[in-house]
Each structure stands twice: as structure tokens, then as C-alpha cells.
Design a protein. Structure first.
Length: 97
């Protein structure tokens, strides 16, 4: 289900399939991730020149060429870390995410 705010479309998170009214069950160790990995986007055109912010909205500012290379390297390293295990990925709706 998509919700739009301004010119951005965002997908609403779905409730846990096992959702019950018992809060203890939701916070039990079986529902917690075994690890959380945070990755920030690579270099954006806004990092190269702040004038970009005068030409387009923040959420539309893409990665620079260097930032694209940084993202490929981050993906390679993430693959090494998680291997073939199941992963849930949450990401920003920004163009550079």
C-alpha cells in the first residue's frame, strides 16, 4: 500500500504477521533481529557542491560518480558480512539511497 506525501511515494510498513495483543511476545528474542547494520549513502552531488540544493529538492539529489563507486564497495562488503543469510533491508526513499 503506497502513501504519497508531496511528490514522494512511501510504502507503509506491514504489521508483524504474528501480531498479537501480547506485547511480551512482540519483544521476545525470537522477534528481535540478531544484528542491525547501518550504512549511510555515499558521496552525493550535494556533498560536492552545496549549490545543488538550490536547484533541486534534497530527496532528489543523486550520488556523485565517487558515491556510486562507494555504494558498489559497500554492497560488496555487506555481501561478505551477511553471506547468504536472510536479511530485511530498510532504506530511505531518497534517490541517493
Amino acid at each position: 500500500q503506497l502513501e504519497t506525501r508531496g511528490s514522494m511515494a512511501m510504502q507503509r510498513p506491514r504489521p508483524f504477521p504474528e501480531f498479537t495483543s501480547d506485547r511480551q511476545e512482540l519483544v521476545s528474542p525470537s522477534h528481535r533481529p540478531s544484528r542491525i547494520i547501518l550504512i549511510r549513502h555515499g558521496e552525493s552531488l550535494g556533498n560536492v557542491s552545496e549549490l545543488v540544493y538550490t536547484e533541486q529538492p534534497d530527496w532528489k539529489i543523486p550520488l556523485s560518480e565517487n558515491g556510486i563507486q562507494q555504494s558498489y564497495e559497500a554492497g560488496r562488503q555487506l555481501r561478505e558480512i551477511i553471506g547468504s543469510t536472510h536479511a530485511v533491508i530498510y532504506h530511505s526513499p531518497y534517490a541517493r539511497a
